[in-house]
Write a protein that binds this ligand. Structure first.
Ligand code: NAP
Length: 150
């Protein structure tokens, strides 16, 4: 695992759920952390759990917002050395409640949101020849689970 000397950390989906854990954990270990999600108030509340967390609201379905978020983070905290791409949205459904609109919305966040963050970030990591990426995915990527389409 990279060290805080390798730059700051960026966690997406950091306002609630699984993503609310790594930002304070990294901050307590000495990282400067940027925390992103859509809901600015929830993000600020989650960031207040530990010092050293900068809330940077970003909707990952919007590539331009992702680029602007990365610009802001690197301007305020320095190079991103670790990105935890965790933003996601899940609506449980079954064969009886299958809803293509809801599935499309999930794909926009879980898949394209992660791709947008990578597009905003990768050229910088490659140019610096350093940086670590953590992508949070889902076990239904390996096999189906009841009520889950992701
Ligand atoms: N919980 C599980 O059992 C489970 C199982 C398998 C995989 N996962 C994966 O783990 C990750 C986190 O899941 P979770 O259960 O912690 O979900 P969650 O509690 O619903 O949290 C999702 C996080 O993503 C953020 N988010 C949603 N849409 C976003 C967008 N367009 N742009 C930026 N941030 C957005 C949410 O904040 P805002 O609403 O403020 O944007 C929230 O902070 C997801 O990638 C999910 O697919 C979870």
């Amino acid at each position: 695992m990279t060290t805080p000397q390798g730059g700051c950390a960026w966690v997406t989906g950091a306002s609630s759920g699984i993503g609310a854990a790594p930002a304070p954990l990294l901050a307590r270990r000495g990282w400067q952390v940027a925390a992103s999600a859509c809901r600015a108030e929830a993000l600020t509340a989650a960031a207040a759990v530990a010092g050293g967390i900068l809330p940077v609201p970003v909707d990952v379905t919007d590539l331009a917002a992702g680029r602007a978020g990365v610009d802001r983070i690197e301007t305020q905290l320095g190079p991103i050395g670790l990105a935890v791409l965790n933003a996601g949205r899940m609506q449980p459904m079954t064969a009886r409640t299958l809803d293509s609109g809801a599935i499309r919305a999930q794909v926009e966040v879980i898949l394209m949101g992660m791709v947008h963050c990578l597009e905003a970030l990768l050229a910088r990591l490659i140019a610096r020849r350093r940086g670590h990426l953590v992508v949070v995915t889902s076990s239904p990527g390996y096999r189906g689970l009841p009520g889950s389409v992701d």
